[in-house]
Design a binder for this molecule. Sequence first.
Ligand code: G3P
Length: 256
Amino acid sequence: MAIFLDTGNISEIKKYHRMGILRGVTTNPTILLNEGVIGGMKGVKTRTIEIAKLIDPYPLSVEVTTNDKGKMLSQALDIAGWARNIVVKITIHGPKGELDNLEVVHELETHHDIRINVTAMMSAQQCFLAAMAGASYVSLLGGRVNNMGYNVVGEIKILRQLLDEHKLKAQIILASTREVLNVLEWLQAGAHIVTVVPKFLEGMIVHPYSKETVQMFLDDAQKSELGQTRASETKVVLAEKNSVKETTFVSGRKAK
Ligand code: G3P
């Protein structure tokens, strides 16, 4: 059971990685473009190497940017060579339903020993076949499934049961988080990993009542400090007033 971060933002990755929360990062061309990564594969390579180094040995998923069979294969081989912890992302099929992709996945996993994350999937049946093809990770886009009007939790349960029953190595990644609640709900349903948008991780940690409680602790700690100062001042004043010789105590015993 693990949390990945679904982002290409370096400072967000650093922030949550320092906390020890992350076990991986996932990206896609849209995420990288939104983070200002331009210049095609050259830009992707620079950002990828930076993130991969930051989170090593945890995995970083990086997607191919073509749906041509030969180019997918050569791009995947190239991307996998950028860092030792890279997982190559390949979509379940092409934009028109082209069926070359699982063949590429199978070849990369079995003949080239490259870890593949099959993505853009909306159902347990797609994920199951990607797992059969040999994928190390199968990405189910939970938020997009829910937006279509059915609950992805049912798909997660079916998929996890099938993967376990058939002893398939694929790990289920739930992506496309839409609210804080998705994270634990999807993990509890059987996802091995949920890849979370950074703002939802903050939402999981910060609670308004925790804020209020922490403020109470801090205020009372300060009051106690002020109280102590006042007490010792009073003691000195009283001692001077009554001309009483102060007795020094060391570790609770009277000093000679
Ligand atoms: O990698 C897939 C995931 O990031 C998609 O998320 O928010 O575009 O549905 P979203």
